[in-house]
Design a protein around this ligand. Structure first.
Ligand code: BGC
Length: 381
């Protein structure tokens, strides 16, 4: 049996344990052998060791670059309506940029994406305490979260799988957690991010990817048109911790059920918009649990580029780069306010302290398994 056949057999075996959509993906891959070119190059040395860069490229010219530091998506280049391939993410050209201060550009965020109130939670009566790195709260996995560690990488069909073992009590979280994040590209300009994790003690786990998108490649994102399939959102207090209520989006700035420009209501007088300084909120997605479905669509008129987001997660944090202020110099200059947006698919912020939110507990013997797809295209009007 050659290597490719063995990979297909393994994929088929594992697909028996996943959902219908995953099985369809595997069968599609089986009938169409990989057309994705994968290359690997050195990308410099971080204090913890050497960093590699993987480039995935398909026949339409779409390119995705991933580095082993932070499992970061360094770059995504896709065609515009004229066929010209261009950058649609924020990031840096060199490793020094990623080692410096930045708000999680392209990174895998964990062990807990978004905020945990006051950095405190309990599991089965045992209290745990995390570093408070965002005002009074814990944000995005701690001082040295998964965005700042070096992941082990291995090439897989159409992509790269990155693994990290987070020690028991690392950043204050219980249990040794073994995580694999697999990025794959397909021939139709879809980047899939598949997440898996297991633990040896009960813990909390909420992983996401923090790529900042600008489908025009530059300027602000106020003219991008966005649709989010969410009837509800989770309002927050002044420290951006959910109050625990669900608020209907109807008649508010948060109503993206019909596509509208991101800038239309971004400065509305509404309390929630004022607290976030724009959008920085979790939307409660209308979906069947654990089934990957289309949850958001973005269209940028000048380039004609579109992006669809599909996920199995119950929520998406829509963040409009309100804290970007021009002080960070990215690959094409100073990064200004609202020059990109994030659609971070995940469980709701502060779930470990909110008994009515979907649980983020992971038990030994269980497998955390989820996936998100960012699919790019073009439209002419
Ligand atoms: C948070 C923002 C934060 C940004 C960068 C988003 O997920 O909701 O409040 O500023 O990440 O850390």
């Amino acid at each position: 049996m050659n290597r490719k056949t063995l990979c297909y057999c393994l994929l088929l075996f594992f697909s028996c344990q996943s959902n219908e959509q995953e099985q369809k993906d595997v069968l599609t891959n089986m009938s169409k052998p990989s057309m994705i070119q994968i290359s690997k190059n050195a990308f410099g040395t971080a204090p913890d060791g050497a960093v590699d860069l993987f480039k995935l490229k398909n026949e339409q010219g779409m390119e995705v670059e991933i580095i082993t530091y932070g499992a970061i998506v360094k770059s995504i280049k896709v065609p515009d309506k004229t066929g010209k391939i261009g950058e649609v993410t924020l990031g840096f050209n060199d490793l020094a940029g990623y080692l410096g201060e930045h708000p999680y550009f392209g990174a895998i965020v964990g062990r807990y994406g978004n905020r945990i109130a006051k950095g405190k939670f309990s599991i089965e009566g045992t209290p745990y305490s995390l570093a408070t790195n965002n005002g009074p709260n814990a944000l995005h996995g701690g001082i040295k979260g998964f965005d700042k560690v070096i992941w082990k990488a291995a090439e897989v069909p159409n992509g790269v799988a990155l693994t990290y073992v987070s020690a028991d009590m690392e950043e204050g979280y219980p249990g040794e957690l073994t995580i694999t994040v697999t990025y794959t590209l397909d021939k139709d300009n879809a980047l899939k991010i598949a997440y898996e994790a297991t633990t040896d003690k009960t813990t909390v786990c909420n992983l996401t990817n923090h790529t900042y998108f600008n489908l025009a490649g530059s300027g602000d994102i106020l003219d991008h048109q966005l649709m989010i399939k969410a009837d509800w959102m989770t309002p927050v207090d002044e420290t951006l911790i959910p109050t625990g209520e669900l608020k209907g989006v109807k008649g508010t700035a948060f109503d993206f059920r019909m596509s509208k420009p991101i800038g239309k209501d971004i400065d509305a007088e509404e309390e929630q918009i004022q607290i976030g300084g724009g959008y920085d909120h979790n939307f409660v997605l209308n979906m069947k649990p654990r089934t990957r479905t289309l949850i958001a669509r973005v269209f940028e008129p000048s380039s004609g580029r579109t992006m669809e987001v599909l996920t199995r997660e119950p929520g998406v944090q829509f963040y409009t780069g309100n804290f970007l202020d021009g002080t960070i110099i990215g690959r094409s200059g100073a990064i200004g306010k609202r020059s990109a947006f994030c659609l971070e698919t995940q469980h709701f912020p502060d779930s470990p302290n909110q008994s009515t939110f979907p649980s983020t507990l992971l038990q030994p013997g269980e497998k955390y398994e989820t996936s998100t797809v960012y699919k790019f295209g073009v439209k002419n009007d």
